[in-house]
Design a protein around this ligand. Structure first.
Ligand code: PLP
Length: 451
C-alpha cells in the first residue's frame, strides 16, 4: 500500500484536528507515542504515509486500549470466579465504598470522644453479632488471616494438622508453605484418607501451639475416610490448653442447603462447636470485598490485633466501608448478590435462555447455532467443591475453527464476555446474567465485528 512519499513529522500530525482530538482524549504523551509508532509502521511500508492514515492508526491503537480492569460478563457458570474477582457487591456496599473514596471517613477516629479510634471498630460489633464470637479482626484476605493467626500463636512452635487437610488452593496458597513462612513447624498427623482423634492426642507435646482444622476447599476425598470434626477436637484442645483454629476458607454466614447445595457449616456453627479461632474470606460465600477474618476468643484476638504484622495486613477504608455495608445487610436479613445468584430458580434461568437465544444468534451472524441447553453451574472459590447446581446456558456451535475465533472476539469486546468451552460448544451459562442486565449484554454484543 505504501506510496513513496515521506511519512509526516509528529508535529504535523499533532496539528491536524484529529491529532488535537487524540491529545484531548488520551493526553499528549500517549498521543505522541502512538503517532510515532504509526509513523514507524509507515516507514516500514505497513501503512500509507499520509498524515490522515497515521492519525487514524494512532487513534485505532489508543481507542482500543481499554482499561485492564473494566467490567466483564462472567458467563462461565462459576458464580465466585477467583480469576474474575469473586463476589459482586450489593449496592449498599458500592455506595459506601464510593463515599469513602470521595470523602474523609472516621477510619481510626472515635467520634464519641474525639480521640484516636480502632480501624476495625466499624466491623467488629457486626462480626461478633453475626458469628457469635467474642471478638474479631479483619485483614487483607483469608490467607493473611491464617498467616496472622500462625504468626501470633505458633511462631517457633508446632501446629498439628491432619494429612488429609494439607491443601493447596489456587494461586499457590499451600498450607505447609504458609506455615513455614510464619515460622511454625507443621506436625502432620493421620493419613491422607483417615485421621483419628487418637492421632491428634498422640502428637500433642510441649512444643504444640495450636491444633488446626482446614476446610478441604477444592477437593473431596471419598471412600474409606475418617476425619475428626472440630466439635470432637475442641474438648481435646481445651483439656491441653491448646487453641483450636478452624480455617473455613469460604465461611458462609447462611445455610446453603436451602438452595440445593450441600450443607456447609456456618461460621456461627464453627464458633459454637468450640473452635477458639475461626478464619474465613470476605469475598467468597460471604459475598463482600476481598478480606479475611479471624473471629473467636477475645484474648487470642487481642494477640492478633497487637501483632505488628496486623499493620501490614490491614484493610483500607474503601473495603472496610464496603464490608460494613455488607455486614449490615446481613444483620437486617437482606440477600446479597452472591446469594441471589445462587438462589435463582432454574425456571427463571431457562426462561432467560429461551429469551436470549434468538437475539444472541442474530448478533453472532451466520455460521453459528445458538441453543438453550441445560448446564451445571458451581459456587466456585472452594465453596462446596464438588457440588453443582442445575443451570441453563446458551450452547453455541460452529464448524471448523470459527468457535475459537468467536470466543476470542467475545473476549475482545468493550465488555469482554467470558464463557466456557466444553464438548465442542461454547457455553454461556446464564445463572449470572440477571434479567435487568440482558439489554446491556445484547448492546455490548452489537460491537462484534461483522462475520
Ligand atoms: C480460599 C481459602 C483460603 C484463602 O483465602 P483468600 O481469601 O483467598 O486469601 C484459605 N484457606 C482456605 C481453606 C480457603 O478455602
Amino acid at each position: 500500500m505504501s506510496d513513496f512519499t515521506r511519512p509526516p513529522a509528529v508535529s504535523r500530525v499533532l496539528e491536524t484536528p484529529q491529532g488535537r482530538a487524540l491529545v484531548a482524549r488520551h493526553g499528549h504523551g500517549p498521543a505522541v507515542a502512538a503517532i510515532r509508532a504509526a509513523i514507524a509502521d509507515a516507514r516500514a511500508g505497513q501503512l500509507d504515509a499520509s498524515a490522515a492514515s497515521v492519525v487514524d492508526a494512532a487513534a485505532g491503537a489508543l481507542d482500543g486500549d481499554l482499561p485492564r480492569l473494566g467490567p466483564v460478563w462472567n458467563l462461565t457458570g462459576t458464580v465466585l470466579h477467583t480469576n474474575l474477582g469473586r463476589a459482586v457487591l450489593p449496592d449498599s456496599a458500592i455506595a459506601a465504598a464510593s463515599a469513602a473514596m470521595a470523602r474523609p471517613v472516621a477510619l481510626e477516629y472515635d467520634l464519641a470522644t474525639g480521640k484516636r479510634g480502632e480501624r476495625d471498630d466499624a466491623v467488629r460489633p457486626l462480626l461478633r453479632a453475626l458469628t457469635g464470637a467474642e471478638d474479631a479482626v479483619a485483614v487483607n484476605n483469608n490467607a493473611a488471616a491464617v498467616v496472622l493467626v500462625l504468626d501470633s500463636l505458633a511462631k517457633g512452635g508446632e501446629v498439628i494438622v491432619s494429612r488429609g487437610e494439607l491443601i493447596e488452593i489456587g494461586g499457590a496458597f499451600r498450607l505447609p508453605d504458609i506455615m513455614a513462612a510464619s515460622g511454625a513447624t507443621l506436625r502432620e498427623v493421620g493419613t491422607t484418607n483417615r485421621t483419628h482423634l487418637k492421632d491428634y492426642a498422640a502428637a500433642i507435646g510441649p512444643e504444640t501451639r495450636a491444633i488446626m482444622k482446614v476446610h478441604p476447599s477444592n477437593f473431596r476425598i471419598e471412600g474409606f475416610t475418617k476425619e475428626v470434626g472440630a466439635a470432637e477436637l475442641a474438648p481435646l484442645a481445651r483439656q491441653h490448653g491448646i487453641p483450636l483454629v478452624n480455617d473455613m476458607g469460604s465461611g458462609t454466614l447462611i445455610d446453603l442447603a436451602q438452595y440445593g447445595l450441600p450443607r456447609e457449616t456456618t461460621v456461627a456453627q464453627a464458633v459454637a462447636e468450640g473452635a477458639d479461632l475461626v478464619t474465613f474470606s470476605g469475598d467468597k460465600l460471604l459475598g463482600g470485598p476481598q478480606a479475611g477474618f479471624a473471629v473467636g476468643r477475645a484474648d487470642l484476638v487481642e494477640r492478633l490485633r497487637t501483632n505488628p504484622l496486623k499493620r501490614a495486613l490491614r484493610l483500607d477504608k474503601i473495603r472496610l466501608a464496603a464490608l460494613e455495608a455488607c455486614l449490615r445487610d446481613y444483620r437486617r436479613g437482606a440477600i446479597l448478590p452472591t446469594e441471589r445468584l445462587l438462589a435463582r430458580p432454574l425456571a427463571e434461568i431457562e426462561a432467560a435462555a429461551e429469551r436470549m437465544a434468538g437475539p444472541v444468534a442474530a448478533a453472532l451472524g451466520h455460521g453459528f447455532t445458538v441453543e438453550p441447553a441445560p448446564s451445571r453451574s458451581q459456587v466456585g472459590s472452594g465453596a462446596s467443591p464438588t457440588a453443582t447446581q442445575a443451570s441453563f446456558a446458551l450452547a453455541i456451535r460452529a464448524t471448523g475453527s470459527a468457535l475459537d475465533a468467536l470466543a476470542s472476539a467475545l473476549r475482545a469486546l468493550p465488555e469482554p464476555v467470558i464463557g466456557r468451552m466444553a464438548d465442542g460448544a461454547l457455553w454461556l451459562d446464564l445463572r449470572c446474567l440477571e434479567q435487568r442486565a440482558e439489554d446491556a449484554f445484547l448492546a455490548n454484543l452489537a460491537a462484534l465485528p461483522a462475520a
